[in-house]
Design a protein around this ligand. Structure first.
Ligand code: GRF
Length: 210
């Protein structure tokens, strides 16, 4: 474990339940240096405020292009000296310049077992398709949407009487366990990308997580 926690930026667009799980996680391998939102007035900003974490709004509508928005987000993160970006329910797609500035250091959580059901409405897509299992994927972000090297996946059973709310809430329970564990492992230097695939430094740890 590094003696100094690794500083990270958490990017949000919504309620921030994953942000809260990251805040509450007891592992001190990482420190949330800043929370960055693409909109104001969301629950996640209140959670940052309550935890005493600096929060910044980089309003999507204020930028003429995705590239300019991405530059502003990365500048805000870099101003806090972070080593990586953690996308916790962040609903914007970042331009490839973000991956150049934070190579193999952007982590996303997705509410489905990728490559199934990428994009928005992953929970609804799973229900419509009638799968018996969906789940959670935590992955590194690359240039394509919901596509980069997969770090961990965990299945969630779909019940006959599930609607998107009940299923999403069980998916989120898993997210809240898994996501901070992965972020802590990343901060400890336990995971890296080799030839497009994720490698774990400690196989035992990988076994427990997978
Ligand atoms: C999560 O389920 C995440 O997988 C999805 O959006 C949701 C965000 O929830 N991309 P929250 O803002 O962390 O509560």
């Amino acid at each position: 474990m590094p003696s100094v926690p690794v500083s990270l930026a958490v990017l949000v667009s919504g309620e921030g339940s994953n942000l809260q799980a990251l805040i509450d996680h007891p592992d001190r391998a990482y420190k949330i240096a800043v929370v960055i939102s693409d909109r104001s007035g969301i629950g996640a900003l209140g959670k940052a405020l309550n935890a005493g974490i600096p929060a910044e709004v980089v309003e999507w509508a204020d930028y003429a292009s995705r590239d300019e928005f991405t530059t502003a987000v990365c500048d805000a993160a870099q101003a806090h000296g972070v080593a990586g970006l953690v996308l916790a329910g962040f609903m914007r797609i970042l331009s490839p310049s973000a991956m150049s500035r934070f190579p193999d250091a952007i982590i996303n959580v997705h509410p489905a077992l990728l490559p199934s059901f990428p994009g928005a409405n992953a929970v609804e897509q799973a229900l419509e398709r009638g799968v018996t299992y969906t789940g959670v994927t935590v992955h590194f972000v690359d240039e394509q949407v919901d596509h980069g090297p997969i770090i961990v996946q965990q299945p969630v059973r779909v019940n006959d009487d599930d609607d998107s709310e009940t299923l999403h809430s069980r998916i989120q329970e898993v997210e809240h366990d898994l996501f901070p564990e992965v972020v802590a492992a990343f901060a400890r230097g336990d995971i890296h990308v080799e030839s497009g695939r994720v490698r774990w430094k400690t196989p035992m740890h990988a076994g427990r997580m997978r």
